[in-house]
Design a binder for this molecule. Structure first.
Ligand code: FES
Ligand code: FES
Length: 195
């Protein structure tokens, strides 16, 4: 079956079997391998992409169900080649990743949250990423990364509901993290986000 998608702002088409998942179509047909296959049954969140701005698990969705929709993958979050989005940069700054396997899904989940509001609490972050499993970083640093990105975006004029600006759009990388580190320290590495 032929499907037409808008992927990262560009129209893309391909032929897929009716049984092909969106995850497999993105990786195999469009070679967007930043979308990771983890559990492949909806548990881990590694395969998260945005469908019209909302996070979905691409392993649970058939490619044909995405026909006509706008998809954002991790390859599409930065505004230009060689740049990082504010959220990506925040993950680097706060060491919000180790192996990186969960990171694309975490960042897209965080992007959906921050597209709605930059005024977010630690609880909002915990709730948003509660469906994304990380097995090696510890959620404290991931939560810190999202809060850091929110703090920086609040100081910028980046529009919400659109692609977030690059790190260089929002000032110095060593912006203060008052309160963020303190909150993150309470969340010991290896614990789930709800602990
Ligand atoms: S690979 Fe889709 S939720 Fe785990
Ligand atoms: S950074 Fe390794 S699973 Fe999250």
């Amino acid at each position: 079956m032929k499907i037409d998608l808008d992927i990262n702002g560009a129209p893309r088409s391909c032929d897929v079997e009716p049984r092909t998942t969106l995850l497999d179509a993105l990786r195999d047909n469009f070679l967007l391998t930043g979308t990771h296959a983890g559990c492949e049954h909806g548990v881990c969140g590694a395969c998260t992409v945005l469908l019209d701005g909302e996070p979905v698990r691409s392993c649970l969705m058939l490619a044909v169900q995405a026909d006509g929709y706008a998809i954002t993958t991790i390859e599409g979050v930065a505004t230009s080649p060689g740049e990082l989005s504010v959220i990506q940069d925040a993950f680097c700054e706060t060491h919000g990743m180790q192996c990186g396997y969960c990171t694309p899904g975490m960042i897209l989940t965080a992007q959906a949250l921050l597209d709605r509001s930059h005024d977010i609490s630690r609880e909002d972050i915990v709730e948003a990423i509660s469906g994304n499993i990380c097995r090696c970083t510890g959620y404290g640093q991931i939560i810190e990364a999202v809060q850091f990105a929110a703090d920086r975006l609040k100081k910028s004029n980046a529009p919400r509901g659109h692609k977030l600006g690059t790190a260089t759009d929002v000032g110095e990388h060593d912006a203060p993290l008052e309160g963020v580190l303190e909150a993150a320290e309470a969340d010991a590495p290896g614990k789930g986000p709800t602990t």
